[in-house]
Design a protein around this ligand. Structure first.
Ligand SMILES: Nc1ncnc2c1ncn2[C@@H]1O[C@H](COP(=O)(O)OP(=O)(O)OP(=O)(O)O)[C@@H](O)[C@H]1O
Ligand SMILES: [Mg+2]
Length: 425
């Protein structure tokens, strides 16, 4: 960091479709050179009857000046609205150089980022965009994604491709995550297109689609998805649950990751707080329907253990505010991990009093934290096991997963060690 950087924070209030200016955010350096973030809500925003907080943990509505020295001065709710691994790759390609300042990633992202926030240098917010890529553009989007992933820098040296990168792929890069993706519009709303990637062990779009459907069959709340095929390649489309199309434009719902709720980050010490139990405590405090949301979260945690979705890190969980109040968001990004140890598997987050070990006995130790009795928790786990056992094969096949891929995935589902009674692995 070489200098002080500052911007305005815009938000689309609940029920509205236009941005209003909500706050100012600045990152500067302390005398010893450490970056420090400052955030203050605007007076005019605070006077609005529809003013809402950016998040329910760090940036509650008030006239305080918030400061943070964590994460280079970036508050969790702001970090959630920034591009992640994939988006950063695209922005760097577009800029023609790697490793921009953190603030540049914030300012360079397009305004289709997750949640209701946007950022800019003018006191008046920009008009919300009306034009999105159509699903028809998926062919070009996918090709550009392949060029970017393939590190074929010289291939985007020519002016036409460079323009395409700018026009096509830069749209949608503010969504987080590592997998190549873009945001596309269909008549009824916005979808995230997740492309296949050369490193995939199986037809990932179809497998993820099948798992999302399997979770739905298990009674869990899950994002809608479908498969489309462009130029012979399958693409997973996941409906954005943080946007609602109205005649006047898009409503934007605030969205905050579990990483932010847990006041955590992706570092060694940050990971100590990656815990479903701590997340349950936060949801109990922030959700408008804690009992229902905790039961759902418990179900998702158990589902992840049963299907070996071991990449269930806290950016793969979120809370959503469609109006003033917060609820657990629908589930998304469900993927089995390729066949691994049959004895012990670890979730990305602590899931019981014995840590991350994905075993029924360990999951049941957490029941009380989810406001469930031991008996209720056991019924939930047993029903999930029963449904996954009877439905997984059909779910994969309905999604068009090949015989060979089904065989590779079989080892991920209901592994032997799930039932071991020794919870300490
Ligand atoms: N249906 C949805 N509606 C709104 N936002 C979503 C939806 N699905 C995902 N997101 C947001 O987009 C981000 C990236 O999506 P996702 O997790 O599916 O991508 P990924 O690249 O597979 O992630 P990872 O890096 O965890 O593998 C999520 O962290 C979440 O913030
Ligand atoms: Mg993800």
């Amino acid at each position: 960091m070489t200098s002080e950087r500052e911007c305005f924070v815009y938000i689309v209030p609940p029920g509205e479709t236009e941005f209003v200016t909500a706050a100012r955010f600045r990152v500067s350096q302390t005398r010893n050179g450490e970056p420090i973030g400052e955030f203050i809500y605007g007076k005019r925003y605070m006077e609005r009857s529809d003013a809402v907080e950016l998040d329910p943990v760090e940036l509650k509505l008030g006239d305080n000046r918030y400061e943070t020295a964590r994460m280079g001065g970036f508050f969790g709710a702001i970090r959630d609205a920034m591009p992640d691994y994939w988006g950063r790759c695209v922005i760097e390609r577009n800029a023609g150089r790697p490793a921009l300042e953190e603030f540049d990633y914030l300012m360079n992202g397009p305004d289709d980022r997750a949640g209701a926030l946007s950022f800019g240098l003018t006191a008046t917010p920009p008009a919300p965009r009306r034009q999105f890529n159509r699903t028809l553009d998926l062919d070009s989007l996918q090709k550009m994604a392949e060029i970017i992933v393939g590190d074929q820098v010289n291939q985007i040296d020519n002016a036409t491709d460079a323009r395409l990168v700018r026009e096509l792929v830069l749209e949608g890069t503010s969504m987080g995550g590592a997998r190549p993706k873009a945001v596309v519009e269909e008549n009824d709303g916005l979808w995230i297109a997740k492309f296949s990637s050369r490193e995939d062990r199986w037809n990932q779009p179809r497998v993820e689609h099948a798992l999302l459907n399997l979770a739905k069959t298990c009674g869990l709340g899950v994002a809608d998805s479908k498969i489309t095929t462009v130029a012979g390649k399958d693409v997973l489309l996941v409906r954005r649950f943080d946007r609602d199309k109205t005649t006047g434009g898009y409503r934007r719902h605030r969205m905050v990751s579990a990483l932010t709720l847990l006041k955590s980050e992706d570092t060694r010490t940050g990971r100590e707080r990656w815990s479903y139990l701590l997340l349950a405590d936060e949801i109990r405090r922030t959700s408008a329907s804690p009992t229902a949301d905790l039961r759902e979260l418990f179900g998702r945690m158990c589902f992840n253990a049963i299907v070996s979705n071991l990449d269930d890190h806290p950016r793969n969980h979120a809370i959503l505010a469609k109006d003033r109040s917060w609820r657990l968001s629908p589930a998304y990004d469900l993927t089995p991990t390729p066949a691994i140890a049959q004895d012990t598997r670890l979730l990305a987050m602590i899931c019981g009093t014995h840590g991350r070990v994905a075993r029924k006995e360990n999951l049941l130790t957490a029941a009380g934290r989810f406001l469930l009795s031991g008996e209720q928790a056991e019924i939930i786990v047993d029903n999930l096991i029963k449904t996954v056992r009877s439905e997984w094969d059909a779910s994969l096949r309905r999604a068009g997963v090949s015989e060979k891929d089904c065989a590779s995935i079989a080892g991920a589902l209901i592994y032997d060690g799930f039932f071991y009674s020794d919870v300490t692995h």
